[in-house]
Structure formats: structure tokens, C-alpha cells
Design a protein. Structure first.
Length: 320
């Protein structure tokens, strides 16, 4: 069944508390034997937040497990037939770890669900906020986008639909520029090589943790002209930008290669859909006398230090 508002709030709260405090806990990765004594309070705080997360998520995981067992026991029951939605948890319950030849345990499923929830929400909403902030700061970019939207939307249409998005190249350019200039994750997850590898003048030793600074890559003046400016047009009039890194790597907000973010296409769609609809419905302006401040603050993602404040005015339907 669908979750009610209260259940969603509880999940959100448990995830949020862990995410905003994450930076405090990274030091615990080093010398746990020592930090368990000298940073005991911090360990306790981490265990407490993790316990809250388990308390909230485990009941849902158990529900899906029960429903799966029932389906297997009684495949012809009406309830079993109705269970047509395959959830992420269902796929994790089915998963068999090939090397260890075992299923995932409950706590591993909690960690993966948590990764999926935070990886799939905070990243997209943070990028959306940065993009809208730039559209407020640079009204001429917002106006150009609105004019393109107007050219695509059919008479009487209330919303921009998924199919319309492909016809608005400037929209895609804005999203790409938002991801280049304000990637929500400045560093991709740690990676490692399975044997020593020589890259240029460097040896990368087997199993050393390699963390790539994706943000700096997108701001490299040797690759990008005037890299710190917000200029979506740089993504226009060229062949489609290759975000997966198969042809070349000029920026990598989603990582690249085999471990590229699995939610990459979904989040591009979400961002295009939201920005198009938010701009077609409202004109976004700076609050009187306020300049939009683009300073950053590190939380789980790189967020706006001063969250966006904007004045929205409904555009008249005739405008569309
Ligand atoms: C603006 C939106 C997003 C950005 C910038 C982003 C970025 C990233 C990056 C940089 C990684 C690490 C890649 C690497 O290891 O090299 C990653 C991994 C991941 N992302 Fe995203 N992501 C976004 C949206 C999403 C969405 C919508 C979902 C799910 C619906 C998602 C789920 C995941 C998961 C599960 C992983 C871990 C994959 C693994 O361990 O191999 N992300 N993402």
C-alpha cells in the first residue's frame, strides 16, 4: 500500500538527520579503535541515528518480505495477483550475492534503501535549487527559456508534458550548465583498481581509494571558457553532450563508466520537467533589494549557503 504523509515524514526525518550530520562522522573511518575511546560521544550519536533509520525502514522491509512469501505460498489468491508493483526492496530481497552465495541481510537492505533514498532525492532537489537560483539571478536566461517553452506548448495545455521537453534544447542546456557549475556531489564515490595501473606519470596502486574531484573538472579553464560564469549557451549548437563519458570526459557530475549513477536518466528527466513547468507557470524574481547569493555550504550535497528566496508571480494563461 501507499505510505501516508506521516510515514513519509518519519522516513524523511531519519534520512535527513543522518545526511546533515554525515560530515561529522567521516573522521570515524580512521582508526576506529582509537576514536571509539577519544570520540565516544560521536560514535554514540552515529549509532543513535542509524538505529532511528533502522526503526523506520525495517517494518516496511518486513512488510514486503511477508507479501513476497504470501505470493509464493498462495500464487492464485486475489491479493497476490494485485501485487503488481515491483519495489526496489523486492529486487533486493531477490538478490543473491554471487561470490558469497547468500542473500542480503536486513541491515544491508536498510543501507541500500537509505543510499537509494538520499542519492535519489537530495541530489536532484539541490541541483534544482541551484538552477532556479541562477534563473532568478539572470532573468534574461529565464526569459529566453520561457520564450522557447511558449514556442512548443500547444494552445490550452496546462502543463509541459514529457514529450514536449525534447523540443526545448535550451532547457537541456540549462540543466547541463547547472550540473557543470553546481554539481551537487563535488567528489564521486571512492573507486579502486584491481591491479596496479600507470596513468601518465602516476602509479595507481591496487586497491588504493581514488576519489575524483568532479566539480573541479567542470571548472577547468583549459576545457571550459570562462568556467565560473553561468552560460547555458555553451551547450547549444554542438552535437549532443556525452554525459556518460563514452566519447570524452569534460565533466562528470554523475560519475562515468560502469559505476555511473544509475538514476542519471531519471534525474535529468525530473529536472527538465520541473524547471520547464516552474518557469512556464511562474515568473521567478529576486526578492526586492536582494542579490542571489551563490555561496556554497557542504552538507551531504553542496547546498546553497543561503537558500533561494524568490518572488513568484503567476504568468497569465494567455502567455502560453
Ligand atoms: C542530479 C541528480 C544526481 C546526481 C548529480 C547524482 C550523482 C551521483 C554520483 C556522482 C554517483 C557516484 C558515481 C560513482 O561512483 O562514480 C551516484 C551514485 C548513485 N546514485 Fe546518483 N545522482 C543523482 C540522482 C540520482 C537518482 C535520481 C537516483 C535514484 C533514483 C540515484 C541513485 C544513485 C545510486 C543508487 C548510486 C550508487 C550506485 C553504485 O553504488 O554503483 N542518483 N550518483
Amino acid at each position: 500500500d501507499k505510505l501516508d504523509e506521516n510515514q513519509i515524514k518519519k522516513i524523511e526525518e531519519a534520512e535527513h538527520q543522518l545526511l546533515v550530520n554525515l560530515h561529522k562522522f567521516s573522521i570515524l573511518n580512521f582508526c576506529p579503535r582509537v576514536t571509539k575511546i577519544v570520540l565516544r560521544k560521536r560514535w554514540e550519536e552515529l549509532f543513535h541515528l542509524r538505529k532511528c533509520q533502522e526503526d523506520v525502514l525495517i517494518p516496511f522491509i518486513r512488510e514486503r518480505k511477508k507479501a513476497k512469501e504470501k505470493r509464493l505460498r498462495e500464487p492464485n489468491m486475489e491479493d497476490s495477483k494485485d501485487e503488481s508493483v515491483l519495489s526496489y526492496v523486492d529486487t533486493l530481497l531477490d538478490l543473491q550475492l554471487p561470490d558469497e552465495k547468500r542473500k542480503l541481510n536486513e541491515l544491508e537492505i536498510v543501507s541500500l534503501c537509505s543510499e537509494f533514498l538520499s542519492g535519489g532525492t537530495d541530489t536532484t532537489t539541490t541541483t534544482l535549487q541551484w538552477i532556479m537560483a541562477n534563473l532568478v539571478k539572470y532573468p534574461q536566461i529565464q526569459e529566453k527559456l520561457f520564450m522557447e517553452i511558449k514556442g512548443v506548448v500547444r494552445d490550452g495545455e496546462e502543463k509541459i508534458k514529457e514529450d514536449d521537453l525534447k523540443q526545448i534544447p535550451y532547457l537541456k542546456a540549462i540543466i547541463l550548465e547547472g550540473l557543470r557549475r553546481h554539481p551537487p556531489l563535488h567528489f564521486v564515490f571512492p573507486h579502486a583498481v584491481t591491479e596496479d595501473v600507470v596513468v601518465g606519470d602516476y602509479v595507481i596502486p591496487k586497491e588504493a581509494a581514488i576519489v575524483i574531484n568532479a566539480a573541479e573538472m567542470g571548472w577547468d579553464p583549459k576545457v571550459w571558457e570562462d568556467p565560473m560564469s553561468f552560460n547555458p549557451s555553451r551547450f547549444l549548437n554542438k552535437e549532443t553532450f556525452d554525459m556518460t563519458g563514452r566519447r570524452e570526459i569534460k565533466m562528470m557530475p554523475f560519475g562515468v563508466g560502469r559505476r555511473i549513477c544509475p538514476g542519471y536518466a531519471l534525474s535529468m528527466l525530473h529536472m527538465e520537467y520541473f524547471v520547464a513547468n516552474l518557469v512556464s507557470k511562474y515568473e521567478w524574481k529576486a526578492v526586492d533589494g536582494d542579490d542571489v547569493d551563490l555561496s556554497e555550504k557542504q552538507e551531504f550535497t553542496m547546498v546553497m549557503k543561503n537558500p533561494l528566496q524568490a518572488q513568484l508571480s503567476l504568468r497569465s494563461k494567455l502567455n502560453l
